[in-house]
Write a protein that binds this ligand. Sequence first.
Ligand SMILES: CCC[C@@H]1OC(=O)[C@@H](C)C[C@H](C)CCCCC(=O)CCC[C@@H](CC)/C=C\C=C(/COC)CC[C@@H](O)[C@@H](O)C[C@H](O)CNC1=O
Length: 153
Amino acid sequence: MYYIIALLIIAADQLTKWWIIRNFELGEQRTVIEGFLYITSHRNAGAAWGILQGQMWFFYIITVMVIIGIVYYIEKYAKDQRLLGIALGLLLGGAIGNFIDRVFRKEVVDFVNTYIFTYDFPIFNVADAALCVGVGLLLIQMLLEGRKEKENM
Ligand SMILES: CCC[C@@H]1OC(=O)[C@@H](C)C[C@H](C)CCCCC(=O)CCC[C@@H](CC)/C=C\C=C(/COC)CC[C@@H](O)[C@@H](O)C[C@H](O)CNC1=O
């Protein structure tokens, strides 16, 4: 079930990246919301904030470990915990989405360019957004889990 979430994320991620590559010159920018949201065709051969540029083997190893860990957790724990399953599905989709880029393109296609309170946030893509939402949901799940344990004490 949660694999469907991952598949939807991968499809949305790869479709948007494909659309960007077909319709945008590298570096081309189009305004969506003046001063807040732009679409900018960008490439990143590293991880968040462009760290570890070109370290593809490192990314392959980390991503494969992340994917194995997520599938293990889905099989073991997400049967009865919906929020956990959704978070893991988002993380799985995001990790695979960027993994596909790294394997076939040796770099990740980014295009969402937001200025959050004038801070030029790094340009990201659907896969990154899914990863971040997944991380956020995991944190919420852990907080809820912690509270439940306290109540049961
Ligand atoms: C989101 C994880 C980044 C993603 O990790 C992945 O692929 C995973 C599955 C594989 C990595 C090799 C391992 C994780 C490295 C951890 C990391 O990097 C610190 C994460 C902080 C994060 C909190 C969760 C903040 C937010 C950042 C950004 C996302 O904002 C929405 C900026 C994204 C832009 O710099 C964009 O150029 C990035 C480019 O698309 C490649 N993306 C990746 O490497």
